[in-house]
Design a protein around this ligand. Structure first.
Ligand code: 0GY
Length: 299
């Protein structure tokens, strides 16, 4: 029995994903995934926009072994608001094999930040997707940037393609590495060389901008497992910026805007060679880049 009733239309994660045929390189990192609760231990936030099924660290680590990943980057999900306990608990039980990205408020203390850093948090997430979080003034983000300065953390931004133009000055003023979730959610029914994605590609020209080439199941309008409309977008970014891209499953797939299907995580892994066609690109995407960004300070 869960402590919370998941939304009536919630799709739970795939119970029996296939074993991928693509053999991941040794040390591969699933660099975008989440934990949800369990709600009885780590309650969902009152301000949440959805109530998911429980999807705790044991399930995440089981999936990781099944798929063949060595490490995870666990990104704070909006259903937990700025209460990072479920994510931090997963890091603390990972024996150093998971790092985290937190959501914090400007009133966080230095001591709280230090505890998170010691647990393995290396970044903060600024979420601008309006269906997920209520808008905040820029001063909110600027105070957080001030707080994390001493920790060497980076910033993960999540926004819709249409927000990039409006927020360009703010995003380009950010003083850290900036990782963009899901390539800034392009409309993949448009052309990868059309004006909208060209704007994103010109954003990527900046040396501090990285992108997660993730979420075919969220962005594609074509059927799984091939998601053919998604592939040229992700592949373009990987081929142009092989040293600034990350890949992740997005397990357990928050599905506020995902209709129709829950992806098979094994099949998602099998899409990787289509977006990163050489072993060198695959190694950079799955090992070198995430290890440098999240474990680079390890001695
Ligand atoms: C994602 C995407 C989504 C949700 C969240 O934190 C979240 O709730 O990230 C989404 O609904 O697009 O990155 O998993």
């Amino acid at each position: 029995m869960s402590a919370f009733d998941m939304d009536a239309d919630w799709l739970p994660f795939h119970p029996t994903p296939e074993k991928p045929s693509f053999a991941l390189p040794a040390g591969a990192v699933d660099a975008h995934c989440h934990v949800f609760g369990p709600g009885a231990q780590f309650p969902y936030a009152p301000e949440r926009k959805y109530t998911p099924c429980d999807a705790g660290k044991e399930d995440l680590f089981k999936l990781r072994s099944h798929l063949g990943f060595a490490r995870n980057v666990i990104v704070q999900a909006t259903c937990h608001g700025a209460d990072n306990r479920a994510m931090v608990d997963a890091l603390l039980h990972s024996n150093g094999t998971a790092r985290g990205v937190a959501t914090i408020r400007p009133d966080i203390t230095e001591t709280e930040l230090k505890l998170m850093h010691d647990a393995g948090v290396r970044g903060v997430r600024f979420n601008f997707v309006k269906r997920l979080v209520d808008p905040k003034p820029d001063t909110h983000y600027l105070s957080i940037i001030d707080k994390i300065k001493g920790f060497g953390w980076h910033i993960v931004v999540y926004f819709e393609a249409a927000d990039l133009e409006e927020r360009w000055d703010f995003f380009t003023s950010l003083p850290t590495i900036v990782v963009v979730d899901h390539m800034g959610r392009p409309d993949v029914t448009k052309q990868a060389d059309g004006p909208e994605f060209v704007r994103f590609l010109s954003f990527m020209q900046r040396e501090n901008i990285w992108a997660k080439v993730t979420c075919p199941e969220r962005l594609s309008k074509m059927p799984p497992p091939d998601y053919v409309d998604f592939v040229p977008f992700a592949r373009t970014v990987v081929e142009r910026h092989p040293d600034r891209v990350l890949w992740g499953t997005d397990w357990p797939h928050p599905n506020l805007n995902m209709v129709g299907h829950m992806p098979d995580d094994g099949a998602l892994v099998d899409l990787i060679p289509h977006i990163a066609p050489t072993t060198e690109l695959q190694r950079k995407l799955l090992v070198d880049n995430p290890v440098r960004l999240y474990w680079g300070d390890e001695t």
